[in-house]
Design a protein around this ligand. Structure first.
Ligand SMILES: C[S@@+](CC[C@H](N)C(=O)[O-])C[C@H]1O[C@@H](n2cnc3c(N)ncnc32)[C@H](O)[C@@H]1O
Length: 236
């Protein structure tokens, strides 16, 4: 192998091993957006998102890890008979609200401060990983998806409900145009991310997926996908 190619590969591997996104700082905007999160989603939850969450999470089983749990809008939907529920949330202001919701609901769960790109769990130790409205926001979605594939047991499942790039060229071009302002407003959320395509290139195979609409929300974040992926047969 040529020296240049080899050193580029080593640099890439090192980047993967060392990458850890900076912990979001607790700024006034971070605190404000955590406080506004539930009110901002309220209409969308009532208009159908709550039902989509419920349907998705009925399939959770065994040791379940949710990435980017936010304020805990999924909590009410987890089956009671999980072996363990672990909620991973890297944003301090979101975690404060998540802790409160956990206490209020009297639900047992372990809360961890971890980004999806670096999950603090051993290889092949998790039965279900859940991501709802998170892969749009993580800085390095391929790394996050490879982490998900790493921690899942061979018969594990990845349950996702994400807003994605539109299939309509007109809406997709608006998503591209408004990506910058939306990202500033929505704390890093990319409204034009082709998440299903990413899932399929990171050691996972989607075996169930449906399209839906995030009703009562801004048009650029309405296209949704909900489904399940499993470990690809050729994944090491
Ligand atoms: C739009 S909110 C979704 C919250 C929740 N999952 C829901 O369905 O309401 C995005 C969440 O992803 C979290 N997040 C941002 N970057 C992340 C990362 N690198 N890894 C994991 N979560 C991240 C944010 O702190 C925030 O809580």
């Amino acid at each position: 192998m040529r020296h240049g190619v080899r050193s580029r590969m080593i640099a890439l591997v090192k980047h993967d091993l060392m990458y850890a996104p900076p912990s979001p700082r607790s700024t006034t905007w971070a605190r404000t957006s955590a406080a506004l999160y539930d009110p901002f989603l309220w209409a969308g939850e009532r208009a159908g998102m709550r039902a989509l969450r419920k349907e998705l999470l009925a399939g959770a089983r065994g040791v379940t890890v949710e990435i980017g749990s936010g304020t805990g809008l999924n909590l009410r939907n987890y089956p009671d008979d999980l072996d363990e529920l672990v909620l991973a949330e890297p944003d301090r202001d979101m975690r404060v609200r998540l802790e409160k919701r956990l206490r209020d609901r009297g639900r047992r769960a372990r809360l961890v401060d971890a980004p999806a790109e670096r999950l603090p769990f051993p290889d092949r130790s998790v039965d279900t990983v859940v991501s709802t409205l998170v892969l749009c926001t993580v800085d390095a979605p391929e790394l996050a998806l490879r982490e998900i594939a790493r921690v899942l047991r061979p018969d594990g499942q990845f349950l996702f409900l994400e807003h994605v790039r539109s299939n309509s060229t007109t809406l997709a071009s608006w998503q591209d145009r408004l990506e910058g302002p939306w990202r500033c407003f929505a704390r890093g959320c990319r409204c034009n991310r082709a998440t299903a395509e990413l899932i399929a290139t990171c050691g996972l195979v989607i075996d169930e997926v449906r399209e839906a609409s995030w009703r009562a929300m801004p048009t650029i974040v309405r296209p949704l996908i909900a489904g399940r992926a499993q470990i690809a047969a050729n994944h090491e």
